[in-house]
Write a protein that binds this ligand. Structure first.
Ligand SMILES: *[C@@H]1O[C@H](CO)[C@@H](O)[C@H](O)[C@H]1NC(C)=O
Ligand SMILES: *[C@@H]1O[C@H](CO)[C@@H](O)[C@H](O)[C@H]1NC(C)=O
Ligand SMILES: *[C@@H]1O[C@H](CO)[C@@H](O)[C@H](O)[C@H]1NC(C)=O
Ligand SMILES: *[C@@H]1O[C@H](CO)[C@@H](O)[C@H](O)[C@H]1NC(C)=O
Length: 579
C-alpha cells in the first residue's frame, strides 16, 4: 500500500511538480457536481477510505493536491492564502510531516531503496516548509492583530516538533544544539544529526519573535486580564486570541530549544529552554479564560467580550458576543493538552474532553449510539449549534457565504483535535512527582475517550471526501452530500443569522456601531487563483467558475481554495492519527 503510494507520488506528481515546479499537472477539467464525481477512481477511493492505510493514502493525496495545486515553488508561498491562513497551511503541512515520518518508519523498515525514497519524499515536503519560511511575509504579520501573530508561533513550533521527531526516529542518539551544524567536520557520519536540524533554531527564533510581539496584547487594565484581539480597534477580548495565547505559550515552554547561538545576548534576555515565563503565561491565560466564562449553554466557546462603553469608567468584560465558530472550539485543545503534559493536572484533559463532547453533541451526533441524532434523508437536517447530521459546520457553509478566514476554521479544529488526542507521552520531566497508578489511569482513560470520537470523525471524513472535485480538491461544506435539493441561502439554511448579540464579523466584517467602534474591520479576502494553472494557462478565477456551476454547493462563494484543501487534509490526518 505504502509502496504504491510512494511509487505514485515519486513517479507522477509531488516531487516533480511541486518541488521543482518544472511543470504543472494537466488540467483535469472542471469541478464535479455534488454526489456524482466524474472520476470513478476518486469515488472508489472515497468508498475504500473507511479502512486502514487507505486513510493515510487519502491524507497523503490531500497533501499532494494541496502542494501541487496551491504551492508556488519559485516563491515558497501559497499565494492565494492570506498571511494568517498561510501560517495555518504551514502548520498543517508540518503536522502531516510528523504523521508521515512516524507512519513510514513503523511500516516495514524495507530495503535501502525504500528508505531512500521515503527520506526523499519527506525531505521534499520539508524543503517546501523551509522555503515557506522565506516566503512568509513576517514584516506584514508583525503589524497585524495579535491572533495573526500567534498562528505564526504555532506554525514554526509545529515544524520544530517534526524535525525533532524525524531525527529521533531515523538518526537516533545524535544530539544537536543551535551552536553547531548538524554535520561537523571531522565528525563520524554516524553521529551526525539529520540535515533538517539546520533550520530548527531558525524556526524557533521566529516563533519566539512573534510570541514576544504578541505578548504586548496581554492587558490587565480591562477585564482583569486577557489578550486584546486587535490593537487598532475598540478593545475586544475574544476567544481565539486568548486560546492562541494559551496554546502558543505552553508550546513555547514545551518545545522552544535551548537557544544558545548568541550566548551572551540570549542569556541576557533569558532565552532558555523551559523558560517559566511561558508556563506562567499559559496558566494565567487559561485561568482568565475560564473565569470570564466564554462558553454557552451547549458548552461551546462563543466569540468574545466587549467592554460596555455606555457605563462610565467600566472595565469589565460584560457584553458577550454569542457567535459560535468552529475554530474557537479547537485551538484551546492544544493548550489543554500541553498544560496537562507539563503540570500533570488531569483537569486540563477532562476540560478538553468535555469541550470535544459538547462539539460532537452540537453537530447532532449521539456519541453513545455512534450515530447522527437526526436520521439522514428527508431534506436538510436541523441545525444543532455547530453542525447538523453529525457533521461539523460553520454558519456560512450551507449558504456558501464563507469568507477566506472562515474557510480555514474547520481544518484548525481538527488539527488541534489531533494534537489533543496524541498518545500520552512517557514521563520524562525530572522535577515532577507523579503518582504512577493515577498517571496510568489518566493515560488509559484519555486513549479510550479519544477512540470513542472515531466514529464521529469518520462520519465527517465520509462527508468531506464526497466534496472533492475531479482534481481532488476538497470543498467547504462537508455536509453538502446529505442535502436533497435546492440552492440554500441564509434564509433557508435553518440557522438564525440574526440571533441577538451575535455578530458574524469573521464573515461579514464588524458593524460600525457603538459596540464595535467606528473602525470597520473586514475579514481577509484575496481573489482565488490556482497558481499552477495560472502559470500554464493564465490566471483562473474560481469565482467565475463557481457562478458557472451553481449546482455544486461547494462551488459557490469562494469555492474550493487552499483553505478548504487544508480543511480536508487536517480532517483526514485526524482520522488516521486517532485510529
Ligand atoms: C513570485 O513572486 C514575485 C514577486 O512577488 C511575483 O511577481 C510573481 O508573480 C510570483 N510568482 C508566482 C508564480 O506567484
Ligand atoms: C542550556 O544550555 C546551557 C549552555 O550550554 C546549559 O548550561 C544549560 O544546562 C542548558 N539548559 C537546558 C535546560 O538544557
Ligand atoms: C457561562 O455562561 C453560560 C451562558 O450564559 C451559562 O449557561 C453558564 O452557566 C455559565 N458558566 C459558568 C461557569 O458560569
Ligand atoms: C446534546 O444536544 C441535545 C440537542 O441536540 C441537547 O438536548 C442535550 O442536552 C445535549 N447534551 C449534552 C450532554 O450537551
Amino acid at each position: 500500500m505504502l509502496r504504491r503510494l510512494l511509487a505514485g507520488c515519486l513517479a507522477g506528481g509531488l516531487l516533480v511538480q511541486s518541488v521543482a515546479a518544472l511543470t504543472c499537472p494537466p488540467d483535469v477539467g472542471g469541478p464535479v457536481v455534488g454526489r456524482t464525481p466524474v472520476s470513478t477512481e476518486l469515488s472508489g477511493r472515497a468508498a475504500a477510505a473507511a479502512n486502514g492505510a487507505e486513510v493515510l493514502e487519502d491524507a497523503f493525496y490531500a497533501l499532494a493536491v494541496l502542494q501541487d495545486s496551491y504551492f508556488v515553488a519559485v516563491n515558497g508561498t501559497w499565494p492565494s492564502s492570506i498571511d494568517w491562513t498561510g501560517a495555518v497551511v504551514e502548520t498543517v503541512v508540518s503536522g502531516m510531516l510528523t504523521t508521515l515520518t512516524r507512519s513510514l518508519s513503523s511500516n516495514n523498515p524495507g530495503s535501502d531503496v525504500d528508505w531512500k525514497q521515503k527520506e526523499n519524499l519527506i525531505s521534499s515536503v520539508y524543503a517546501q516548509v523551509v522555503h515557506s519560511f522565506f516566503g512568509q511575509d513576517a514584516l506584514a504579520i508583525a503589524n497585524q492583530a495579535y491572533d495573526d501573530m500567534l498562528w505564526v508561533v504555532l506554525g514554526w513550533l509545529e515544524a520544530t516538533s517534526f524535525v525533532r521527531l524525524h531525527s529521533e526516529l531515523h538518526y537516533p542518539g545524535t544530539g544537536h544544539d543551535c551552536n553547531h551544524l548538524p554535520i561537523q567536520l571531522g565528525q563520524a557520519m554516524q553521529t551526525s544529526s539529520w540535515q533538517g536540524y539546520s533550520w530548527l533554531c531558525t524556526f524557533a527564533d521566529r516563533a519566539r519573535a512573534f510570541w514576544d510581539l504578541a505578548s504586548v496584547g496581554w492587558d490587565t487594565k480591562l477585564c482583569h486580564g486577557g489578550m486584546t484581539w486587535n490593537p487598532r480597534l475598540t478593545p475586544y477580548k475574544n476567544a481565539i486570541t486568548n486560546e492562541l495565547w494559551i496554546s502558543a505559550s505552553i508550546a513555547m515552554y514545551q518545545h522552544f530549544p535551548n537557544d544558545t547561538f548568541e550566548p551572551s545576548w540570549a542569556a541576557a534576555k533569558g532565552f532558555a529552554a523551559k523558560d517559566p515565563v511561558y508556563l506562567a503565561a499559559a496558566v494565567e491565560g487559561y485561568s482568565w479564560l475560564k473565569g470570564v466564562n466564554m462558553t454557552n449553554q451547549q458548552g461551546l466557546y462563543v466569540d468574545g467580550y466587549h467592554i460596555d462603553g455606555t457605563k462610565p469608567g467600566n472595565v469589565e468584560c460584560d457584553q458577550r458576543d454569542e457567535t459560535v465558530y468552529t475554530y474557537n472550539q479547537g485551538v484551546i485543545l492544544t493548550g489543554q493538552r500541553g498544560l496537562w503534559s507539563v503540570t500533570g493536572s488531569a483537569s486540563y484533559l477532562e476540560e478538553g474532553h468535555r469541550l470535544i463532547k459538547s462539539v460532537i453533541n452540537a453537530t447532532g451526533w449521539d456519541l453513545g449510539k455512534n450515530t447522527p441524532v437526526d436520521p439522514p434523508g428527508g431534506g436538510l437536517q436541523p441545525w444543532r449549534g455547530i453542525g447538523r447530521g453529525g457533521i461539523l459546520e460553520d454558519q456560512c457553509d450551507a449558504s456558501g457565504t464563507c469568507s477566506q478566514d472562515a474557510q480555514a476554521f474547520k481544518g484548525i479544529f481538527f488539527h488541534h483535535l489531533t494534537a489533543f488526542c496524541a498518545p500520552i507521552e512517557p514521563i520524562v520531566d525530572d522535577g515532577m512527582t507523579v503518582n504512577m497508578q493515577k498517571y496510568r489511569n489518566v493515560e488509559a482513560t484519555h486513549a479510550q475517550t479519544c477512540r470513542a470520537y472515531l466514529g464521529w470523525v469518520k462520519h465527517n471524513v465520509d462527508g468531506a471526501l464526497e466534496t472533492r472535485d475531479g482534481a481532488g480538491r476538497f470543498g467547504m461544506w462537508w455536509g453538502a452530500g446529505a442535502r436533497t435539493s435546492g440552492v440554500l441561502t441564509e434564509r433557508d439554511d435553518d440557522i438564525s443569522h440574526m440571533a441577538p448579540k451575535s455578530t458574524d464579523y469573521r464573515n461579514k466584517g464588524t458593524p460600525q456601531d457603538k459596540i464595535w467602534g467606528e473602525n470597520k474591520w473586514e475579514p481577509g479576502s484575496k481573489t482565488v487563483k490556482l497558481p499552477c494553472h495560472g502559470l500554464a494557462n493564465g490566471p483562473r478565477d474560481l469565482r467565475r467558475e463557481a457562478s458557472a456551476d451553481p449546482a455544486d454547493p461547494n462551488n459557490r462563494g469562494r469555492g474550493r481554495t487552499v483553505e478548504t484543501q487544508v480543511g480536508g487534509l487536517a480532517l483526514l490526518r485526524a482520522y488516521w492519527e486517532l485510529s
